[in-house]
Design a protein around this ligand. Structure first.
Ligand code: NAD
Length: 525
């Protein structure tokens, strides 16, 4: 894999720099209800991917600064856990309204640091808000069961209680939505939360923190520590952190899962992906081509649910490739704040170069480079390769061999591969033979074939004529195999389960006719 758990080599670049360099916008921590500048002297560079310029510097926390944030959460927890369900939901409803009111501002921040186009950033905010809306129903979700007379005069009931301080560690590709998969549910359940956002695009976290404060969330219930591996490692070993939700690449997800569980924490760690779209010969090829282009190049392919491989069952390959090429030619590549742009730049120079290197790999491996994104004009001007900033246009590679690097690796950029297969069975075997199991889709008009696929495919999220089958907030999001470590998916009822512990109470009220001492194992009667 491209990344080891000790953090080297770093495929994104953006190495930590000395804080005494030229001042730019500074992104701080948020601890105990206020912005707190870091004191470590270590900062990371945040780029404007459209120009390549350093747009901000983000403070990188020391272990001691993580401890301060966790201590603020520990202090805030008892009162928040005892706040009534009514009080908690009122805060959530107000947070939801404030997020709606500030969604353009949030989308602009995301777009400026990540590079994705504004409409896509707004979509990310909308999907995150669905989880906030789901969490507004927490009183219903926390209801327990009650059984009268489990034994004569004895009742039994179950309750779910918050864990305490829980942490979220999130990736660059959804700086608002992925944190929102976690903290609305965790906070609604009565926990205090420490977020460690991606250091590539950290600003969205601070806007959300200030909106929580305006919504009336008590100080210390939601905290943000900016940082890198040093902050993550401290969260993973801190005795007061009870649970960790992680989303990011597979090597780090595995590391977080192993380290966190070794330290006695509950961990859900979502990893990388390589999502295949299986196109059966009876499918509507115009629908398929629209879906493949949207799902392959939306957000420049930097989505864990992006489609990166089209499995074209014979004989549709040539016709489908022609339809995809036709649609790719109509895409406009440009900065995220350009309303005409369909696709923006990649997140960093290092990531852009790594993605682009797969174009040469593809040729070396004997595949056919049908559309070379290095030649794509940016805003109708110079080519992607010649424009300052982290640009690479939509790229199509045909006749990719199953098991080759281009097929196997998570490229995480605007590179769509086509693999030609002879049958449904060959396509299914390729999907089930990959390391990952996040998302997949089948395109067909045959209900029986689709039903067989949903049954046989070893993937956590399946689309039937739907290319990016991201579950709604009231279902749970998560993949199989190397796409998720742990057994609990995020949000939905699994999220509520993850952020709470069950307790069963068995109670008897004053009964003078009790049976006296009895050393036998309690049975019902
Ligand atoms: P990443 O693994 O590099 O970083 C994720 C988080 O881990 C960041 O907060 C980062 O600071 C931290 N981190 C990085 N290196 C570390 C190390 N050595 N030790 C401890 N912590 C470390 O991921 P990314 O590049 O930010 O995001 C892209 C990846 O996330 C892709 O692989 C994508 O598929 C995956 N992703 C998965 C899902 C999903 O639901 N399965 C969703 C979104 C993104």
């Amino acid at each position: 894999s491209h990344r080891t758990a000790d953090g080297t080599p770093d495929r994104h670049g953006g190495a930590a720099t000395d804080a005494r360099e030229a001042p730019a916008k500074r992104v701080t921590h948020w601890i105990g209800g206020a912005a707190v500048p870091g004191a470590s002297g270590r900062q990371g560079e945040v780029f404007d991917p459209a120009t390549g310029a350093v747009a901000a510097r983000v403070d990188l926390a020391t272990p001691a600064e993580v401890d301060t944030a966790v201590a603020a959460a520990v202090a805030a927890f008892p009162a928040w856990r005892d706040a009534s369900l009514t009080k908690r939901t009122q805060v959530l409803f107000r947070f939801r309204e404030l997020m709606v009111a500030h969604r353009d501002e949030l989308a602009a921040l995301i777009s400026a640091e990540h590079g994705k186009v504004r409409s896509d950033a707004l979509g990310e905010v909308a999907r995150g808000l669905e989880v906030v809306e789901f969490a507004c129903g927490i009183p219903h979700l926390l209801k327990g069961g009650f059984s009268e007379n489990v034994s004569t005069g004895v009742d039994s009931f179950s309750i779910r209680q918050p864990l305490g301080v829980v942490a979220g560690i999130t990736p660059f590709n959804f700086p608002a939505m992925v944190p929102m998969w976690m903290f609305p549910v965790a906070i609604a359940c009565g926990n205090a939360f420490v977020l460690k956002p991606s250091e590539r695009d950290p600003s969205a976290s601070l806007l959300m923190a200030s909106l929580w404060r305006q919504a009336g969330l008590p100080d210390g219930v939601f905290n943000v520590v900016q940082g890198d591996k040093a902050a993550v490692d401290r969260l993973l070993e801190h005795a007061d952190v009870r649970a960790v939700s992680f989303v990011g690449s597979t090597p780090i997800a595995r590391y977080v899962y192993e380290t966190g569980t070794r330290n006695g924490k509950r961990v859900q760690a979502l990893g990388g992906a390589k999502n295949h779209m299986l196109v059966l010969p009876d499918a509507d090829l115009d629908l398929v081509a629209d879906a493949a282009v949207s799902a392959g190049f939306g957000s420049a392919g930097e989505r864990c649910m992006a489609i990166s491989v089209v499995l074209a069952v014979d004989p549709v390959g040539d016709e489908l490739v022609a339809k995809i090429v036709e649609r790719m030619a109509r895409l406009t590549v440009g900065p995220g704040d350009d309303p005409d742009a369909d696709m923006g730049p990649l997140v960093t120079r290092a990531h852009r170069d790594k993605v682009a290197s797969y174009l040469d790999t593809a040729v070396t491996e004997g595949a056919k480079l049908v559309v070379d994104g290095r030649d794509t004009p940016v805003k109708g001007g110079a080519s992607a390769a010649e424009t300052p900033g982290f640009w690479l246009g939509p790229t199509l590679v045909d006749h990719v061999r199953p098991g080759s690097a281009v097929h196997r690796d998570e490229i995480f950029g605007p590179v769509l591969s086509v693999v030609r297969v002879a049958s449904y069975t060959e396509g299914l075997e390729i999907i089930n033979g990959t390391e990952y199991g996040n998302g997949t889709a089948v395109f067909t008009n045959d209900g029986g074939a689709a039903r067989r696929f949903q049954n046989e495919v070893e993937v956590g999220m399946v689309g039937i004529n739907v290319p990016i089958p991201v579950p709604m907030a009231y279902y749970s999001f998560g993949g199989w195999k190397a796409s998720l470590f742990g057994d609990t998916h995020v949000h939905g009822t699994e999220g509520v389960h993850f952020y709470t512990r069950g307790k069963v109470v068995t109670s008897r009220w004053l009964d003078p006719g009790h049976g006296g001492v009895n050393l036998g194992f309690p049975t019902n009667g």
